[in-house]
Design a protein. Structure first.
Length: 187
């Protein structure tokens, strides 16, 4: 059986990765499974344990690093985020394509471990639009918004490390482009 693809989706905070992802993740022809990350950040309103993330303590996260349980991990605006390795490997060995929605440092680690990872970066139509989207989420204090904006500018510099770059002006169109990219690599 052909091993499943490892698809890495990144993009600055607020670019609308989640919205784009929702449009294609359940498309059966893509045979995709979303990898649920482990994080130390607080659960946001509307999020669910084991659906959006596995919410863990910093001690548990450090233990996962020590035990080499993570395919990659990174600290992002004061919290840790990481991808449990065993689950990803199991799915890929079953022939399923796995989607990681992770930030740029994590993608660098994945690329080192998995040379054939299919890496896709989502960019905003403009910085003004990105700021509007980050503020529109309306769930975080100004200090965190500022941190996320500064981080977003920095993250955009990593665009050249990705195989494909997709602009999220229209989420449906962006998702259709990503579907086409994945299908092309499934051939
Ligand atoms: P948020 O707090 O908005 O859910 O996520 C913050 C950032 O962490 C996003 O850019 C998201 O893609 C990234 N992220 C989520 N899970 C992981 C992970 O497992 N590893 C890494 N490296 N980044 C992650």
């Amino acid at each position: 059986m052909k091993k499943g693809l490892l698809v890495v989706l990144s993009g600055p905070s607020g670019v609308g990765k989640g919205t784009v992802l929702k449009e294609f993740i359940h498309d059966a022809s893509l045979n995709l499974t979303y990898s649920i990350s482990m994080t130390t950040r607080e659960k946001r309103a509307g999020e669910e344990e084991g659906v959006n993330y596995f919410y863990v303590s910093r001690d548990r996260f450090k233990e996962a690093i020590k035990n080499d349980e993570l395919l990659e991990y990174a600290e992002f605006v004061g919290n840790y985020y990481g991808t449990p390795a065993a689950y990803v490997e199991k799915l890929r060995n079953e022939g399923k394509n796995v989607l990681l929605e992770i930030e740029v440092q994590g993608c660098t680690q994945v690329r080192e471990k998995c040379k054939d990872a299919l890496t896709i970066f989502i960019v905003p139509p403009s910085m003004e639009e990105l700021e509007r989207r980050i503020r529109g989420r309306n769930s975080e204090p100004e200090e965190v918004v500022q941190q996320r904006l500064a981080k977003a500018s920095k993250e955009l510099e990593a665009v050249g490390n990705y195989k494909y770059v997709v602009c999220n002006d229209d989420p449906l169109l962006a998702s259709q482009i990503i579907s086409l990219i994945i299908k092309r690599h499934m051939e």
